[in-house]
Design a protein around this ligand. Structure first.
Ligand code: GLA
Length: 436
């Protein structure tokens, strides 16, 4: 019997093709499918620590120059940063000369980057690292250097020609909302057209939000990650504001994140001056829960061994980089405690307990495992590992075990639950942590 409808294709094949076509037409487009940023990008970005210091005579060690990036590249390798995943070494604003060259191309400041960006990229690649650079969607960057408006294709080609691997595209001086959206879309296309793998970091929703609600379905089709909120500062108040903004807006931003596209709560300021030890633990723990890009802005030449060990903690990095790619969220806030969770692959969960109280000493928070993962995280049982501030095996728990953690003011306890089939016997006290 001929089941080919006269097109040379067997009927089942034809139906399959039809189905695929219908799916392609009906599914909303997902993340920017350039194959990049399948997990949140990790690296180093100069802005928060080094700002726009362009006076290399007065500040030779701290000015924005090729030397600074070469020194950071050396340390990223020799001090183990690359090997735990920090891969992108990123230049922020203030690398440019004040004007474009005669062909209209962006050019680096000749005194501070005398070898040119191509050479710097070669050096960084020779270390097994990747280079990030910065430009702006509007007429000028935030610090007043040349913007990319009117030059999107040329700038994308220039960056690709130099061997750039990531572009942070700022939104200062964007003009109108239409120009802002068009600019981000055009630059995204321009980067794709170069054929080079270039991660695209946007600030589109940050600049749009004061005027209208960002459309994340659209934004994630063009960007690999995007800033939503104000710049991070080296201060607990700043980290707190970012966390408050994120939990307040979680219903509209958490689902937007996934492999290929991430919410960016801005740089890690761990290893600098403004955060206490507990606050540094909180920043890393919550950035892991939020599936945030881990872009450190610190001085790798002068960083305490404690901050280094924290930033290089493999268990925390594994949570941040979990392949399921789901962003976490706050489950509850009870007086001064916040309970956050993030679903991980294999039915595991990362749990963060944050103590927001800024007076007194360590405080106990007791909660039931039944709260976690909508009751599924420990069902029928789970093993629980404390990861931060120190590594502790908390043992097996059943689905309604009480759990008690003691958290320092402004600190966080980060846990990981792994579901097990092993059921606990009824007087499960044996398995409760020793403080019960
Ligand atoms: C904006 C961005 C910052 C940084 C500066 C540079 O404020 O949000 O992250 O890039 O511009 O001028």
């Amino acid at each position: 019997m001929d089941r080919s409808c006269g097109m040379g294709l067997p009927m089942p094949m034809l139906l399959l093709l039809l189905l695929l076509l219908l799916l392609a037409l009906s599914c909303p487009a997902g993340a920017l499918e350039n194959g990049l940023a399948r997990t949140p990008p990790m690296g180093w970005l100069h802005w928060e620590r080094f700002l726009c210091q362009i006076d290399c005579n007065q500040e030779p060690r701290r000015c924005i120059s090729e030397q600074l990036f070469m020194q950071m590249a050396d340390l990223m390798v020799s001090d183990g940063w690359r090997d735990v995943g920090y891969q992108y070494l990123c230049i922020d604003d203030c690398w440019m000369a004040p004007t474009r060259d005669k062909q209209g191309r962006l050019q680096p400041d000749p005194n501070r980057f005398p070898s040119g960006i191509r050479k710097l990229a070669d050096y960084i690649h020779s270390k097994g690292l990747k280079l990030g650079i910065y430009a702006d969607v509007g007429n000028k960057t935030c610090a007043g250097f040349p913007g990319s408006r009117g030059y999107y294709d040329l700038d994308a080609d220039t960056f690709a020609g130099w061997g750039v691997d990531l572009l942070k595209f700022d939104g200062c001086n964007f003009g109108t909302l239409e120009l802002l959206a068009e600019g981000y879309k055009n630059m995204s296309h321009a980067l794709n057209k170069t054929g080079r793998d270039i991660v695209f970091s946007c600030e589109w929703p940050l600049y749009e939000r004061p005027f209208q609600k960002p459309n994340y379905t659209e934004i994630k089709q063009y960007c690999n990650y995007w800033r939503n909120y104000a710049d991070v500062y080296d201060a607990w108040g700043s980290v707190k504001n970012i966390l408050d903004w994120t939990s307040y807006n979680q219903d509209s931003i958490v689902d937007a994140a996934g492999p290929g596209g991430w919410n960016d709560p801005d740089m890690l300021v761990i290893g600098n001056f403004g955060l206490s030890w507990d606050q540094q633990v909180t920043q890393l723990a919550l950035w892991a829960i939020m599936a945030a890009p881990l872009l450190m802005s610190n001085d790798l030449r002068q960083i305490s061994s404690q901050a280094k060990a924290l930033l290089q903690n493999k268990e925390v990095i594994a949570i941040n980089q979990d392949p399921l790619g789901k962003q976490g969220y706050r489950i509850t806030k009870e007086s001064n405690f916040e309970l956050w969770e993030r679903p991980l692959s294999g039915g595991a969960f990362a749990i963060a307990v944050l103590n927001r109280q800024e007076i007194g000493g360590p405080q106990a928070f007791v909660f039931s495992t039944a709260f976690l993962g909508n009751g599924l995280a420990c069902n029928p049982a789970c093993s629980i590992q404390q990861i931060l501030p120190t590594s502790v095996d908390l043992g097996l728990h059943n689905w309604v075990s009480p759990l008690k953690v003691v958290v320092n003011p402004t600190g966080t306890v980060l846990l990981k639950t792994v579901v097990t089939e092993e059921k606990l016997f009824d007087n499960g006290n044996k398995h409760f942590p020793e403080f019960f």
